[in-house]
Design a protein around this ligand. Sequence first.
Ligand SMILES: [Mn+2]
Length: 341
Amino acid sequence: MILEKAKIELLRQIFEESQRIVIVSHTNPDGDAMGSSLALAEVLQQQGHTVHCIVPNRFPYYMKWVPKSNEIIVHNADKLGIAEAVIADADCIVCADMSSLSRLEQLGDSIKKNTKARRVLIDHHLSPSEEFDVMFSFPESSSTAFVVYSLIVEMFGIEAIDQTVATQLYVGIMTDTGNFAFSYLTPELFRAVAALSETGIDIPQIYNNVYNSFTEGRAKLFGFVINRKMKSLIKGTVAYMSLTEEEMRRFWFQQGDSEGFVNYPLTIKKMRMSAMFTEQSDFIRVSLRSRGNVDVNEFARRYFDGGGHRNAAGGKSFKSMEETIKHYISAVEEFHAEGKV
Ligand SMILES: [Mn+2]
C-alpha cells in the first residue's frame, strides 16, 4: 500500500488541529466497519484527542465482545441525541469503510450540517465521492482495517498498536477477507497480520467469538434458506435467495443472522454469482457475491442503485419481493447475454 507523503502530512495536520474527532461508519456495520473505526479511535485517544465512534444502526450481537464496542454510539437508538451533539461539535469527521455520506442517510445529513469540520475518508470501496478534504481510498485493499493499520504505523509507529488495537484490526481483516479466503491477500497483508500477532492477540479465540457464536435460530434459518429458498438460473451458475420479514420472525431473527448466507451458493463448483434479498421495513436489501471476473459492483450499480467491490456488492430495491426477483432474473439474463456472467 503506497501512502502518499503529502497526504499523510495533511492528515497529520488535520488531526493536530482537531481536538474533537468523530469516526462514522456504514449502515449495518460489519466487523471491518467496527474494527477499523474502533482501532483508529483507540490510537487517536492515546494521542490525547476526544474521539467518538458512531454507526447508523445496531451491529450484530456476535460483535458485542469486540473491545470498546460498547462505546460506539448507535444513531437510531440514541435517544439522548449524543450523536447529533458530538457531530455538531466535531473538528474532524472520519468516514471509515464507506465511500459516500449518502450511505449514512439521516446521519449523513447531520454531518453535512457541520460545515467547519474537516472530512477524512479511509476506505476500500470503489468510486469514492468527492466530499472529503483528504481521501485514503484503496479498492485494492482487502479491508479498511488494513488501511487503518498502515496509516497508524506510518503516522504513530508500530508501538501505537497494543493488544486492544490489534484485536480490533484483526476482526476487520479476518471478516472482510472471509478468514483469509477472498481477494487481495498480499504478502504485505500477512506481514501486517504477523505484526498484530506479535502483540499476543488470541487468534483462535477471535475466530470463535465471531464465527462460532450464533444462536440456534440462526442455524435453522440458514438450513431453511439453503433448502427451501435457494434457486438457480443460467444452468446452475447464478443463484438467488430471499427472506421475508415473516420468515425471519419464524426463526427468531436477530440483526446480523443472515450475514454470510449469500456466500454459501458459491461453495458450489460451477456457481459464478449469488444474490440474497432481505426484506427490511421499507425496502429490500440486495447482497451480491461473485467469483473471478463476474463484476457484481457493475451489476449492483446498473440494476440496484448500489455498488461495492468486484466480487462483493450490494444495493436496494423499493419494489415488492416478487417484483424484485423478477427484476433480478431479467437483469441476470441481460448480463448473461453480454457475456458478463
Ligand atoms: Mn470493509
